[in-house]
Write a protein that binds this ligand. Structure first.
Ligand SMILES: [Zn+2]
Length: 263
């Protein structure tokens, strides 16, 4: 399958150098992720299509940097169909007619097909797309080479689900993994193992902070992320909440309104 990286041209604190979108060329040209509608993205997409019609846009999840470009693409390309897994609280923000994806679906893309893998955790609607013939996994925001993935506890994130999604993708042993941010993943099993170890350490740090009397999300963030730039404080708070919820489900902590207690 011919895959062309089309940069989203939307750099920022949450997107790094900007999003990666991928064009699969062939009979049914398909774009994986819509990015945000930056002129540079639209121009690069036009150039890569070289006059071909864009058959479909497959969105990995409803976060702004992956889906917000959809209405602009739809306005320019009435022939294009838009697909994503449903997230009812969020899907209405983007005024396109979404065709629903569910786990196990097989969608034509380029000259082949992609299998849909529901991989929630970073977002409830998150999916990866697997080209089973070539062993290429388009992993969206599940994995980032050289960084970790935010699990936003108050906005659809679920750490236990995220860890289960990581385990599922590790089992697949894909030959190539192309993410929505950063470079190609060079060793998916090693990266997943690193992520799992990182999350275990974070659980331990949060439990230790609670035992030292740092009992609110904000207090825990100060202890666990001492050198954080202010722009990323919100994300750190979300991540701490995701850990606390998982620890609560495991019976390791208890919540009283905004105050948490280790058991
Ligand atoms: Zn995301």
């Amino acid at each position: 399958m011919k895959v062309t990286l089309i940069p989203g041209c939307n750099p920022g604190p949450y997107t790094g150098a900007g999003n990666n979108t991928y064009l699969l060329s062939g009979r049914k040209p398909a774009l994986i992720d819509a990015a945000t509608g930056e002129p540079g993205h639209l121009a690069a997409l036009d150039a890569a299509l070289a006059g071909a019609a864009l058959s479909r846009v497959l969105v990995t999840h409803g976060h702004v940097d992956h889906a917000a470009g959809a209405p602009g693409l739809a306005a320019r390309r009435p022939e294009t169909a838009f697909f994503k897994a449903p997230w009812p609280e969020c899907d209405g923000e983007y005024r396109v007619e979404w065709r629903p994806l569910t786990d196990g679906d097989v969608v034509d893309a380029g000259n082949g097909a992609l299998r849909v893998l529901h991989t929630p955790g970073h977002a409830p609607d998150h999916v990866c797309f697997l080209d089973e013939e070539d062993g290429v996994l388009f992993c969206g925001d599940l994995l980032i080479q050289g960084g970790t993935v935010v699990v936003p506890g108050s906005y659809g994130g679920d750490l236990a689900a995220y860890l289960a999604s990581l385990a599922r993708v590790r089992e697949l042993r894909p030959a190539r993994v192309l993410p929505a941010h950063g470079p190609e993943i060079d060793d998916v099993a090693a990266l997943v193992d690193e992520y799992v170890a990182h999350r275990r350490r974070r659980d331990d740090e949060i439990l230790a902070a609670l035992r030292q009397g740092h009992a609110t999300q904000a207090a825990i963030v100060k202890v666990v992320y001492p050198d954080l730039v202010p722009e990323l404080h919100g994300a750190a708070k979300e991540s701490v909440l995701a850990h606390l919820r998982k620890l609560e489900a495991e019976g390791a902590v208890r919540r009283h309104d905004a105050v948490w207690e280790a058991l």
